[in-house]
Structure formats: structure tokens, C-alpha cells
Design a protein around this ligand. Sequence first.
Ligand SMILES: [Mg+2]
Length: 197
Amino acid sequence: MKEKVILTDCDGVLLDWGYAFHQWMARHGYEAKEGFESNYAMAAKYGMEYKDAKRLIRIFNESATMRKIPPLRDAIKYVRKLHEEQGYVFHVITSQTNDQYAQHLRVKNLVEVFGPSVFEKYIFLDCGADKDEELAKYSSTDCWWIEDKIDNAEEGLKAGLNPILMIHDHNRSYENDRIQKAYSWRDIYEMISDPTS
Ligand SMILES: [Mg+2]
């Protein structure tokens, strides 16, 4: 295993899935329920049954939008800095879908936004799938693991990785001494550049 590998989630970390999903939902006639706009659970956000939200998320994750999701916050600048200045490459672990054509669009999206050499590996799991088994494969590496879903960050910890939680409204109040919180990729860049600070 190469030492300079950063493991990262895609949606809500590299790319602004929440924004793109919201726009897509609006185009299909769905509006967020007042007061629930920042909910992580899309069923609560849009005031619908869990199974209906899950179905819509799958349709979205397999749609042409996968080609054009915008970067999250300042991701472009600092992902590139970590790659170009410090020589890191990224392995993406994403529970997007098992649909190969949609996966292909996601790769095109990531390469267009971040450049062709940033990503060394893409690990695709089915829509919403747990990442524990994939993370366990990295258990001997001591890699950084960037996630926004608390469960997945904790699974990284169990696998002996160094998780960093990307903060959104839904995970803001989470506290864990062993999981650092980042509000931007600049925060992540600083943590990785100088882990003692
Ligand atoms: Mg995510």
C-alpha cells in the first residue's frame, strides 16, 4: 500500500450532493418541508415515506445528473493542493449505485472537476450501502478517511483509520475525541499537512 493515499467519500465531501439533489427534486415537483430543510434524512426533509425517499435517491444516483454535480465548498483548491504539492492520491469509496453507466458518469464528473491524476481508485457500492467491509481492507494502512456520515466515520475508526468528519448541519453536534471535524477542505488540508497542530 502506497503511503500517500487519502480515502474519501464522494457525496457531501468531494461533491455537493445535497445541492444537486435538491435542485433535481425541485425540477420533479418536490419541495423541502418547512423547518426540515437541513435534515440528513431525505424522507424527513421532503415529508415522505422512507421507501419513497430511498427510491427517489436511487433514481437520482443513477441519473444523468451524476455527470455534473458541483464540488463541495473549497474542495477543488485543497484537493488539488494535497495532490500536486504533497503527492497524495485519493481512493474514493462511494455508496452511489451498482449501475455501471451511472458509475461511469461519476468518474467523468470527478475527473472533470479535480483533474485526471487525483484519483487512483474508485470503489463503488450500492446506493446507501455500508462501507465497513471496504474500510476493513485498509485496516493496516493508517490512512486518512474523509466522510460526512457519522456511521461511516465511526466504521473507519474501527478499521484503525484516521477519520475526519466533514461538517454539515446534520452532523454539527456530533462529538467524538477520536474523530476530527472539518468545516472545509482547507481544514482538512491543514490537518493532513500538520497532524500535530
Ligand atoms: Mg457522504
